[in-house]
Design a protein around this ligand. Sequence first.
Ligand code: SF4
Length: 362
Amino acid sequence: MKYLKEFRDSDVARAFIRKIRDISKKDVKLMEVCGTHTVSIFRHGIRDVLPPNIKLISGPGCPVCVTPNRQIDEALELCKIPGLIMTTFGDMMKVPGSYSSLAKEKARGTDIRIVYSTMDAVKLAQENPTREVVFFGIGFETTSPTIAAAVLAAERLGLRNFSVVGAQKLIPEAIRALLDSNEIGINGFICPGHVSSILGVEPYRFICEEYHVPAVIVGFEPLDMLQGIYMLVKQIEAGEAKVEIQYTRGVPEHGNPRARELLFKVFEISDAEWRGIGHIPGTGLKFRREYAKYDAVAKFNIKVENAREHPGCICGEVLRGVKVPYECKLFGKACVPENPVGACMVSTEGTCAAYYKYGTRE
Ligand code: SF4
């Protein structure tokens, strides 16, 4: 507990809350773009201790939530191939696509398996040489190097029965899309700790230099959150805009070059479709030509043309921070974590799931 307790010290927390209250004069909206931050904010009651002029808004920080139905439908189409084993991380299982979910298809007898690491999927392909094994690859910059590593391992092992549904996303240009749309007037970004441990500071510079909005890379403990908010408010009140690292114990200024090298050996940057935001240039990853044979959607010629969202679900607006889950008519009634209608209620990192579990003042 040693390393946890020192980031949860209530006296230090009270001191940060006082400092925030002392300097905070303006009405500000701060957005977190990381599902782990969303959960930390709710779990530790951070919203409740801030002065009412500071509003925290959850953005598109949950990789499961931002995966559009079309890509879920592609994975479901692949599941129809006889003998194929679909693998995925657990939180993807219950996310509804247009007509079904992986959990429902598994209950109907399809061979869908939860893996805890991308290498588990490679191992399955090794153990089942006569069957195709597909990994449903979702995630941001933190997870994507591990997907690249799995592809390189499959290549080294000469596996021809392993492939990936590449649904990974990149965060920085999604922040640009939010700033360009200017739907809610964000005054500062709480940047993700895990993603930044790979990226470092550089990819966020445009937020300050082009949009004059401050950004602070923040850790996940309550004192991290409070200190990060203090750093943002201090910049805003002083009229400054720069990228700072609060989470210095986890994020080197230059990130993790080795992980980026691995990632870009296999993938190159492309455009991507985000649930609720739509097409965003420079936020996706596609296989480089030499690794294109690992692209499951191309390999099996999967085409999905009739993807649709649930008509009552407002996940898109929730992910853009335009609406809060309470504004959804289905919240807590037809849509609950045990029976989610939309992606934001499925993942533990989803905004709707966090509102449902912890509640909050608005
Ligand atoms: Fe979608 Fe459910 Fe959230 Fe409503 S409560 S926006 S249906 S996930």
